[in-house]
Design a protein around this ligand. Structure first.
Ligand code: SF4
Length: 460
């Protein structure tokens, strides 16, 4: 469970030519809620124009019956967004989809990811007189598109994206068109679905299940898909780069019922847990996982080690993720409110505690302490990923390198810090073998960034 270290991943969804477009987008955002809990928004479009609604909080807080009725009135295209990220008063201004009006009409953009050269491009645009209203890198794309408005929206978008670098899945509503583009390295996920004659685009396939739609395929790196009255078109908008799908989607971000890169996320996590058990066995009475993202890996560990899996920690599902709290004390309290050890299960036992990752180490330390207070005789921490040593620049904001515990401490120091009897991480080789797919981004583990990043990292 990343602890206060990971933020700023988002979820996007779009649908074209369905009379219930806004309602379906609303359902899909519920399914993508795990990707962002700070704000949510929908822009819906019909022959009569655009409707927009955005707000801070969970999807359930942001939309009510009357808002949805307004969004659904006469509209048949929609894009939606859920977001994590910044604190403070300006956050609503940064809620997406971003809606701008330029010479060619309104343009709505919903974006998951991060453009690593956004600051430089923004400075250049500001130097030429552009005025920005948000701190979103998405707005940089909007300005670039507006300058190329004599071209059609597809051409303008492709030319604009050629000027930026990073990891992104970008959806646009332009006129009566839904456009989706995935970054040239395929870092952030984007999938195509179908519901009758309507096409859908989503960060994860679980959104299609919620919409009652079928998964068609993943959007290829650098590919642009355009849905208009004539149907679906695909163009290679940007030359594909080195394949670098974010391996952290498998480890933590995505929902276990989603399929990514042709593989089910739960099955991949379970396999990582099995490999962890084979490589780092330990005498123990029970295996337990940190809910929710580590349950699959923990069940794989238990099966392979032939140690009973037990529900050692109960999660209160009605509290937001810990890292939306800026201060350490508040985060610790957040963990306590969120996770309660099941004393009857833990008391007197030697426990293997499986977690997906350690970022700062503070949450792991807290959970180990909770288990000991519940009577655990031993706590052996097994992490289903390698030590997280390098910041991510592609949509998972991990603060600075100094805050990553594995970047500044060796394994034994981290074990002492978290208070476990033993601590083992899955190796990079086992992670690559367990995810079954070459061509993943592994930069947060090895510093080998697939796209040159300013200000840090080993460039690959
Ligand atoms: S650096 Fe890590 S979190 Fe970021 S895209 Fe690469 S694998 Fe994903």
């Amino acid at each position: 469970m990343p602890d206060g270290g990971l933020k700023d991943h988002c979820g996007v969804f779009g649908i074209a030519f369905h009379p219930e477009a806004a309602g379906i987008t609303h359902h899909a955002l519920y399914a993508l809620q795990h990707r962002g809990q700070e704000s949510a928004g929908i822009v819906a479009s019909g022959e009569g124009g655009l409707e927009v609604h955005k707000g801070m909080g969970l999807v359930a807080d942001v939309f009510d019956r009357s808002t949805l009725a307004r969004l659904g009135q006469g509209t048949d295209l929609a894009v939606g967004h859920v977001r994590y990220s910044t604190y403070g008063a300006s956050a609503l201004a940064n809620a997406q989809p971003l809606l701008v009006r330029y010479r060619s009409g309104p343009l709505a953009l919903a974006h998951n990811g991060n453009l690593v050269n956004a600051a430089a491009v923004r400075e250049e645009l500001e130097g030429e007189g552009s005025i920005f209203q948000t701190s979103l890198d998405t707005e940089v794309v909007a300005h670039l598109v507006a300058r190329l408005s004599d071209d059609g929206p597809e051409e303008a978008l492709a030319a604009s994206l050629a000027r930026v670098r990073g990891g992104y899945a970008l959806l646009a509503l332009a006129g009566r068109k839904l456009i989706g583009v995935r970054d040239p390295n395929g870092i952030r996920p984007l999938a195509l679905g179908r519901l009758g004659d309507a096409y859908l685009l989503a960060s994860e396939s679980c959104a299609f299940d919620a919409a009652g739609a079928e998964f068609v395929r993943e959007v290829e790196p650098g590919e642009m898909v355009v849905v208009d009255r004539h149907g679906l078109r695909s163009t290679p908008a940007l030359p594909p780069g080195r394949p670098a799908f974010c391996v952290f989607e498998f480890i933590y971000i995505a929902r276990p019922d989603s399929d990514l890169q042709g593989m089910n996320v739960h099955a991949v996590r379970k396999e990582l847990g099995r490999r962890l058990a084979r490589n780092y066995p330990v005498e123990a009475d029970i295996v337990t996982g940190v809910p929710d993202s580590s349950i699959s890996a923990a069940s794989g560990y238990a099966e392979e080690a032939r140690i009973p899996y037990e529900m050692g920690l109960v999660k209160n599902r009605y509290i937001g993720r810990t890292f939306i709290q800026p201060h350490q004390e508040a985060r610790d309290l957040g963990v306590t409110l969120k996770l309660n050890p099941l004393r009857k299960v833990i008391d007197g036992q030697r426990v293997v505690l499986v977690d997906d990752s350690i970022v700062r180490g503070t949450t792991s330390r807290h959970i180990v302490r909770l288990l000991r207070e519940a009577g655990a005789r031993e706590v052996h921490l097994r992490i289903a990923s390698p030590p997280y040593r390098w910041p991510c620049y592609f949509g998972i904001d991990t603060s600075s390198r100094g805050e990553l515990v594995a970047a500044v401490r060796d394994g034994e120091e981290v074990r002492r810090l978290v208070g476990a009897d033993s601590l083992k991480h899955l190796s990079l080789e086992e992670l690559v073998a367990g995810t079954g797919a070459g061509g993943c981004c592994l930069a947060c583990f090895n510093g080998d960034y697939p796209v040159p990043v300013e200000g840090g990292g080993r460039l690959g």
